[in-house]
Every structure is written in structure tokens, then in C-alpha cells.
Design a protein around this ligand. Structure first.
Ligand SMILES: [Zn+2]
Length: 142
């Protein structure tokens, strides 16, 4: 039987609240998304605005660390609406954008002229830099 699904449509979404999201796409590609990188790529207007100001999208002052995913729901058939453990819940991640991201392309295009989403390479670098910062803090507390 031929599939009616577009390549970027999800056939399975696995949520690991502390580490990441694994999506199986209709074309057979299985992609794992790092939680921090997903948060840093948040396409909502608030996060776009923060990026425009050169501010960190996460962690924000008072953000619980480590980052956790509290809830994820399908937004219609086209996206994933994520609620984070700091109650930030305005980001809807289109599956088409996540699919492009998994292929190393910039999945999220700014639709408003505000806050361009970083490239997958930049997101990885930012997440590593934040992890390093937290490791340093943990080291000082030890
Ligand atoms: Zn956001």
C-alpha cells in the first residue's frame, strides 16, 4: 500500500522529558532532537524577540535547570506544541521545519522579520556552551 503522507509528516513521536524528542518521519528518517537545542530554536514571537535583542532564549532568569519537557501536544497535524518546565509554552514546532533541521538545513524561517532561528550547527554550539556553563557551576558547588 502506498503511503499518502508527505515525507516530513511524523509516523511516530517519542518524548524523553529529560533528554530529547525522537521523530520517525514518513520517508523512514528517524531523527533525535536534543532538548536544549529544541528550546533554543523556539520559533515563538517572544523567543524571536529575545534573539533580536541578542538575549539568551534559555535559560531565562529563574528558569529551572536542567531543562525538562513537561508536555507535548500535536498542534493540528502540522506541528508540535511544547510546554517546558519553566511554563514556556508558546512555541509550535512545525514538523516540516523539524524534518529540514534533521537534514541539516535551517528549518525555521522568520515569518515576521524578527529573530532569525539559528542554524542547526549554531544551535548545537549554543547548547554545548550552555552545558559547559552549567558544568562549571556544578563544579564550583561540589
Ligand atoms: Zn519561545
Amino acid at each position: 500500500m502506498e503511503s499518502e503522507l508527505a515525507p516530513h509528516e511524523p509516523v511516530d513521536v517519542q518524548i524523553k522529558r529529560d533528554t530529547g524528542i525522537t521523530i520517525s518521519f514518513a520517508d523512514g528518517m528517524v531523527a533525535e532532537f536534543n532538548l536544549v537545542e529544541v528550546r533554543l530554536a523556539c520559533p515563538c514571537a517572544t523567543c524571536r524577540g529575545l534573539r533580536d535583542q541578542g538575549a539568551d532564549v534559555w535559560p531565562r532568569p529563574g528558569s529551572p535547570i536542567p531543562l525538562r519537557l513537561d508536555d507535548a501536544e500535536f498542534h493540528g497535524a502540522w506541528g508540535l506544541n511544547i510546554t517546558w518546565n519553566d511554563q514556556h509554552a508558546t512555541g509550535i514546532f512545525p514538523f516540516e521545519a523539524l524534518y529540514k533541521w534533521a537534514k541539516g538545513e535551517i528549518g525555521f524561517r522568520s515569518d515576521s522579520g524578527l529573530g532569525e532561528i539559528p542554524s542547526p550547527t549554531e544551535l548545537k554550539a549554543q547548547a554545548a556552551e550552555i552545558a559547559q556553563r552549567h558544568a562549571d557551576i556544578d563544579g564550583e558547588n561540589a
